[in-house]
Write a protein that binds this ligand. Structure first.
Ligand SMILES: Nc1ncnc2c1ncn2[C@@H]1O[C@H](COP(=O)(O)OP(=O)(O)OP(=O)(O)O)[C@@H](O)[C@H]1O
Ligand SMILES: O=C(O)[C@@H](O)C(=O)CO
Length: 425
């Protein structure tokens, strides 16, 4: 294994696994495996990039640091020479963490400073200018991320946001330097390190900027960012002859299906509305769930009754209703109860024969994937930007774990079809 990725959520892990497997057009990517949690056994020797999915984005800081260091240790033991800490392209975090504390702990363990921090993912409209993060044509703090249930993003100046979470000062490499080439970026990172910065926000608004950053990162022990930061990394390993690259055949999975949505993002709620126009949907009663009165049996009956017609079960709601529930029961308690509900539902669905499962939301996907005990997933073709088909488990389950904000309006129906049909990549 050459490259090790520590991802702070499960959908983000799939996102970067997809980027590494694809590589640059015409150049190809790496042989990638996505692990669910820190594996207990050694990796297969064929794996060139290992992506460890953690569920640490919203966990207490100390837990996030401990789990990330455990992941680093395992990846080091597999021989990795470079490590990526993958977080969200909308920089999901709170003033306490977890991006800053985890990144500084990894940097200390690896003995490095002047580390790239770049959440940009231009394909889905996330760009960084003078250290400010944009979602399409809006500043992050003016996008729907302002109302995120767990990590409301109220400051677009991610240098200032990150500085609240870090011990060391945070540096900036702006667009002018990035457009001057990888040599200029390397010098700027060295200068920031000499000034004491561990984390250095790097501007990027085009894939070409990310390719430049990727080239500048060749030989760096640690890189941090969204999946975009990985665009240029496979080429470094292919160019040096260390990696042979990936050619993978993928066959679809034919079997019963279900869709679970816990994301409350505007994108997911729109996708649910589009799906509802032609398919059965079931809204979960959160008050009943909080009172322990929500029966998984009723969800299974709904899924079984609508087998073949893409049944969707969701908790997703608008910001006002989310706020009401969080005020009434407490944010953590709601998240814990819904994670548990989705986990039990997914396990029962798979036990009842479901073998194609689409899940919306990083926390929700984490709860589901952990409940299914899948260990390692292979990466299939991309459904929409940032969302690959994933295959795993003894019974061969096909999954699409969708980040809350990703996917076209008709994502749910399209994903189920692609999980079934498969295609060569
Ligand atoms: N009706 C609801 N009321 C309150 N909270 C909810 C409701 N439905 C879901 N939630 C909470 O919202 C959170 C959604 O997080 P999740 O990571 O699954 O989606 P997301 O943040 O949109 O996705 P991503 O992390 O991929 O961007 C979960 O913690 C879930 O418990
Ligand atoms: O970077 C992103 O936006 C996604 O991969 C993600 O992490 C959402 O959970």
């Amino acid at each position: 294994m050459l490259l090790g990725v520590i991802a702070d959520d499960f959908t983000g892990a799939g996102d970067i696994a997809n980027t590494l497997a694809k590589g640059l057009p015409g150049q190809g990517g790496l042989v990638v495996t996505q692990y669910l949690g820190v594996p207990k056994v050694k990796a297969d020797r064929s794996v060139e990039a290992g992506v460890i999915s953690l569920k640490t984005r919203s966990s207490p800081v100390e837990d996030a640091v401990e789990q990330s260091l455990a992941a680093l240790e395992w990846l080091r033991n597999q021989g990795c020479e470079q490590f990526v800490f993958k977080y969200c392209s909308t920089f999901d975090s709170t003033p306490e963490g977890n991006i800053g504390p985890v990144a500084e702990a990894l940097a200390t363990a690896l003995g490095v400073k002047g580390v790239i921090a770049c959440p940009a993912f231009p394909t889905v409209g996330r760009t960084v200018h003078q250290g400010h993060l944009f979602v399409q044509d809006r500043l992050l703090s003016e996008s729907s991320m302002r109302h995120h249930p767990l990590t409301p993003m109220t400051d677009s100046d991610i240098r200032r946001w990150l500085a609240q979470q870090t011990r060391d000062p945070v540096g900036l490499v702006n667009t002018e330097i990035v457009r001057s080439g990888s040599g200029a970026v390397r010098s700027a990172l060295d200068a920031a390190a000499a000034d004491g910065a561990t984390m250095v926000i790097c501007d990027a608004s085009l894939d070409d900027d990310l390719v430049t950053l990727g080239r500048a990162a060749a030989g760096h022990r640690l890189i941090t960012g969204g999946s975009g930061i990985a665009i240029g990394l496979p080429a470094n390993f292919l160019r040096s002859g260390k990696a042979a690259g990936a050619v993978t055949a993928f066959c679809g999975v034919d079997g019963p299906e279900a869709i679970l949505a816990g994301s409350c993002s505007a994108t997911t709620r729109h996708q649910i509305a589009v799906h509802a126009a032609g398919h059965p949907i079931m809204a979960l009663d959160i008050d009943a769930a909080m009172a322990g009165r929500l029966d998984v049996g009723a969800i299974l009956e709904f899924a079984a009754a609508h087998r073949g017609n893409a049944p969707l079960i969701y908790s997703s709601d608008d910001p006002l209703e989310v706020e009401r529930l969080q005020k009434r029961y407490g944010r953590e308690k709601v998240a814990e109860t819904l994670d548990d509900l989705f986990a039990r539902t997914a396990r029962s669905l798979v036990e009842s024969g479901v073998s194609r499962l689409v899940v919306a939301g990083g926390e929700t996907s984490g709860a589901v994937a952990q409940a299914l005990d899948l260990d390692a997933l292979s990466i299939g073709p991309e459904i929409d930007p940032g969302v690959p088909i994933l295959i795993g488990g003894k019974g061969r389950i096909a999954l699409a774990l969708k980040s809350g904000n990703f996917g076209a309006p008709d994502f749910f129906a399209k994903a189920l079809k692609q999980l079934q049909q498969g295609q060569m990549k």
